[in-house]
Design a protein around this ligand. Structure first.
Ligand code: ATP
Ligand code: FE
Length: 335
């Protein structure tokens, strides 16, 4: 079974071809235009998707080495995401499915971040149901009890900013370009995580909050820059390491509580922030420390990609969960 999948929920235009659960090609065109604005500009994202979608799909098909006539289905991201971005992918997927007379499969982007662990990849184990997934991305921070492919239960989530936003907004305060998460991670690896202390928010249960941390960092920087205008430049590594240390502690506290409450010790992470070196190392350490079994995605399946849409498309195909051309894109959808 060959699935062509298209992802266009935010600012990356992506296409992939999967043969059964295996990735034949996985192509992403990043939109650099947003860097200068310090965040994604929806209008520009939509226009860039329109420019990129045909070449990206062409490259994905060429790399996969198959002909369009061999495709079994077209999978696309239905939501959640930016409406103008989603519409480019869904319109293209609908037209292509119609032209090739193959089924259309609508995929939930957040399910895809979780189910990316089911891509066949040498050296990567797949979790067994039920497992806990922590999705840490640019728009979400959730702990999900995954009972089966399509039975998922959100047991905790952020009450304000997502963890990726906390990274990106902290980076912006430090004068770093968007998206700042990877840069904060890079500097953090060179700094002392205990150089500066930030307090963790007090949020009951398995929910998260990150907006207070962002404000705390803003005041901390403003106060120190008033004393020493070069404070940020002189302490970049230590500031980033301290921010990262605080964020990882917040995430780990909630994960530990989720394990305690559910008794489930298989933990998978997903979403852009699962690319973070600190969270990856910290999570691996829990295997020896607490006897958890952890699942950390291959780097290219962390931030937005179409391979993860393809693996969900494949499993939906097997269950004949198809959509028709009347399917609408959704800026918000539940898991
Ligand atoms: P969502 O999936 O919630 O709709 P999104 O698709 O925009 O949001 P992703 O592409 O999954 O988000 O993740 C992007 C986020 O990941 C950005 O906030 C980015 O800064 C963050 N990120 C990527 N790499 C790293 C890293 N190494 N360390 C920290 N954050 C990172
Ligand atoms: Fe995403």
């Amino acid at each position: 079974i060959y699935i062509l999948s298209i992802e266009s929920s935010c600012d990356d235009t992506a296409a992939a071809v999967l043969q059964n659960g295996k990735v034949l090609s996985n192509v992403v065109a990043r939109q650099e235009i947003h860097e200068q604005y310090g965040g994604v500009v929806p209008e520009l994202a939509s226009r860039a998707h329109q420019q990129n979608i045909v070449p990206v799909i062409d490259v994905a098909m060429t790399k996969a080495g198959i002909d369009k006539s061999q495709l079994s289905a077209i999978a696309f991201t239905q939501g959640p995401g930016l409406m103008g971005s989603l519409l480019v992918g869904s319109s293209f997927a609908k037209s292509l499915a119609l032209a090739l007379n193959v089924p259309l499969v609508a995929v939930n982007h957040m399910q895809a971040h979780i189910l990316a662990h089911f891509i066949d990849e040498e050296g990567f184990d797949k979790p067994e149901f039920p497992f806990l997934a922590m999705t840490i991305s640019g728009g979400h921070t959730q702990i999900v009890k995954v009972n089966s492919f399509f039975d998922m239960e959100v047991i905790g989530e952020t009450t304000d900013d997502a963890v990726g936003e906390a990274y990106d907004k902290s980076a912006k305060i430090l004068g770093l370009p968007y998206p700042g998460g990877p840069l904060v991670d890079k500097f953090a690896q060179l700094g002392n995580p205990k150089a500066f202390a930030f307090t963790k928010p007090q949020v009951p249960g398995l929910n998260f909050s990150f907006s207070g941390l962002k404000t705390q960092i803003l005041y901390f920087i403003q106060k120190n820059v008033a004393i020493n205008p070069n404070f940020v430049a002189e302490n970049m590594n230590d500031i980033c390491a301290s921010i990262q240390y605080t964020i990882i502690n917040i995430l780990m506290d909630k994960l530990k509580l989720a394990v305690k409450e559910t008794g489930i010790k298989q933990i998978a992470i997903g979403g852009g922030v699962s690319a973070n070196s600190g969270i990856r190392t910290t999570l691996k350490e829990t295997e020896k420390k607490y006897g958890w079994k952890t699942f950390i995605p291959k780097f290219e399946y962390t931030t937005d990609n179409a391979a993860m849409i393809g693996i969900v498309g494949y499993h939906k195909y097997l269950e004949q969960q198809f959509s028709d051309a009347s399917t609408t894109s959704k800026a918000r959808i539940e898991l």
